[in-house]
Ligand binder design. Structure first.
Ligand code: ADP
Length: 260
């Protein structure tokens, strides 16, 4: 894997954590969390790295479901929350702390203080890499996370659809503004292969991510198909990299993880 130089950025922003990378999307619902989960698990299982996963999607935390973790975190002697572990990855999510059906109606400063607690108030231990599932969009929270956490890089997720790609460009530009290197663009739901006849359908369009990547001077680092097993894996808390590691989709995620 790539070697980052957190030292050049003033050292790690969380003690013991070598690198922090963001998985981001301009638009919601494009598969950002699914990608973050599968990449984190691939980094831990395939590359034997010590990996953490932070669910920074405060208003719509998905990590508890996708990683099948639901208990409230224990607290260490020095009053830090102990991350919950599954599939080899240590996880923290606001979803562990609030009731599942309760609306999260916090304003900006509360979001920021929650994020502060979920990063620096967590007993992460020594991690090679912390993967951050970012909130969608390019607002205040995203900017603060990028700057405060001194991100080593950001992976942008988009579907091939124009409305998603427009927002992905915004996301990429935001990271560039704050000098966070873009690790690449992941095209999610790139095509659907009919399980009966094998015909491919490009439901959200074809070639859009490749074009956007070229225009924005980013690398297209992966093309993940639209597939039932990816969705069921997420819903059942067993990411496809675990439930079906030899499948083409799992291999596609592993290839992205390799480039991180
Ligand atoms: P986001 O984090 O961008 O809001 P999610 O990762 O939560 O998006 O994905 C949105 C929905 O789409 C989820 O139900 C997820 O299971 C599903 N999904 C994501 N990627 C795929 C895919 N490649 N194939 C099938 N379903 C997917």
């Amino acid at each position: 894997r790539r070697c980052y130089s957190t030292a050049a950025k003033g050292g790690p922003s969380i003690a013991g954590v070598s690198d922090i990378i963001a998985v981001a999307s301009g638009k919601g619902g494009v598969g950002k969390s699914t990608t973050a989960v599968n990449i984190a698990v691939a980094l831990a299982k395939k590359f034997q790295l010590k990996v953490g996963l932070l669910d920074a999607d405060i208003y719509g935390p998905s990590i508890p479901t996708m990683m099948n973790l639901h208990a409230k975190p224990e607290v260490s002697e020095d009053m830090k929350m102990i991350p919950a572990k599954n599939h080899g990855v240590q996880c923290m999510s606001i979803g562990f702390l609030v009731d599942k059906d309760a609306p999260i109606v916090w304003r900006g400063p509360m979001v920021m203080s929650a994020l502060e607690k979920m990063t620096k108030g967590v007993a992460w231990g020594n991690l090679d890499i912390l993967v951050v599932d970012m909130p969608p969009g390019t607002g205040d929270a995203q900017l603060s996370i990028s700057q405060r956490l001194r991100l080593s890089g950001a992976l942008i997720v988009s579907t091939p659809q124009d409305i998603a790609l427009i927002d992905a460009r915004r996301g990429a530009n935001m990271f560039r503004k704050v000098q966070v290197p873009i690790l690449g663009l992941v095209e999610n739901m790139s095509c659907f292969r009919c399980p009966r006849c094998g015909e491919k359908s490009y439901i959200f369009g074809e070639g859009g991510a490749q074009r956007t990547a070229e225009e924005m001077d980013m690398k297209l680092v992966g093309e993940i198909p639209l597939e039932i097993d990816i969705r069921t894996g997420s819903d059942e808390g067993k990411p496809i990299v675990i439930s079906s590691p030899d499948s083409a989709s799992a291999q596609a995620y592993i290839q992205v993880a390799e480039k991180v």
